[in-house]
Write a protein that binds this ligand. Structure first.
Ligand SMILES: Nc1ncnc2c1ncn2[C@@H]1O[C@H](COP(=O)(O)OP(=O)(O)OP(=O)(O)O)[C@@H](O)[C@H]1O
Ligand SMILES: [Mg+2]
Length: 250
């Protein structure tokens, strides 16, 4: 097991406002790494820079020790990105959505057909393969969004708030699938402002606020930064103590 991903001084400015500030993150193979922060903390911008969708103002991303920007063609297939904004097409059937994304990685013919059904089965949508995505519920759309990102068998899965606005059943299904992918060998980066989800599934957590990482560690280590008796505090309270802010409004 080694380091899978490193960000080096990763920085993004929009109109002179720094939204991601000098981020140095190291993700080890086999982790479920949680990036926890309130709305506007810079989580999606960080993920978009990692995936090469947003160009950093400064800094680099290293993937398996190689500069991701310079070795993009070679490395892109190792990455599976499930964006916060749904990247599916309502006027395509479920299987066509998965085909669209999976075929981008050069997979075709019988292998492509196999991967499409395997991906749909994985997210529990095989029975809906011929239905148009626009007819799906919010939770089903989220699941299809995941299927589109896994057909090329990536080693690193990046989930950006995959459970926002969906029913508890779909939410638990997605969290179980993330754990299952991790057990099957995938490294996971999981972005959320739901403290309880991050605490439930992540092996290590970084707390982000105003574009900066404030603290990194296991849930237990983060709690230890604030109190000795960690049974007396939640991650929510850790966040409040470290930042003076609530993680989200209830
Ligand atoms: N294209 C853009 N142009 C200008 N400002 C932007 C752009 N994208 C993001 N921002 C700003 O950067 C900051 C960080 O946004 P980002 O979407 O990364 O936060 P986030 O942590 O993902 O929030 P959320 O939990 O709401 O998804 C916000 O203040 C946002 O308004
Ligand atoms: Mg976001």
């Amino acid at each position: 097991m080694g380091t899978i991903l490193k960000t080096k001084d990763l920085t993004k400015k929009y109109d002179n406002k720094i939204v991601v500030d000098n981020l140095n993150l190291t993700i080890e193979e086999g982790e479920i790494f949680g990036l926890l922060g309130p709305n506007g903390a810079g989580k999606s911008t960080t993920m978009n820079m990692i995936c090469g969708i947003v160009k950093p103002t400064l800094g680099d991303v290293e993937f398996h020790g190689k500069d991701f920007d310079k070795h993009r063609k070679e490395l892109i297939g190792e990455l599976g990105y499930i964006p916060q904004e749904l990247a599916i097409h309502g006027n395509l059937k479920a299987w066509e959505n998965v085909e669209l994304f999976t075929s981008l990685y050069g997979i075709n013919g019988a292998e492509l057909k196999k991967r499409i059904d395997e991906s749909l089965e994985y997210v529990g949508l095989l029975g809906k393969r011929n239905d148009y995505a626009k007819t799906f519920s919010g939770g089903m759309k989220r699941r299809l969004n995941i299927a589109c990102a896994i057909g090329h068998h990536p080693n690193l899965l990046i989930f950006d708030e995959p459970t926002v606005g969906i029913d508890p059943q779909s939410r638990n299904f997605i969290l179980d699938k993330i754990r299952e992918s991790n057990r099957n060998g995938a490294t996971v980066i999981y972005t959320s402002h739901y403290m309880e989800e991050v605490e439930a599934i992540c092996t290590r957590i970084a707390i982000m606020d105003n574009g900066k990482i404030i603290a990194t560690g296991t849930a237990e280590e983060l709690k230890k930064k604030v109190v000795d008796d960690t049974s007396k505090i939640t991650l929510e309270e850790v966040f409040l103590t470290l930042t003076g802010k609530k993680l989200r409004d209830y």
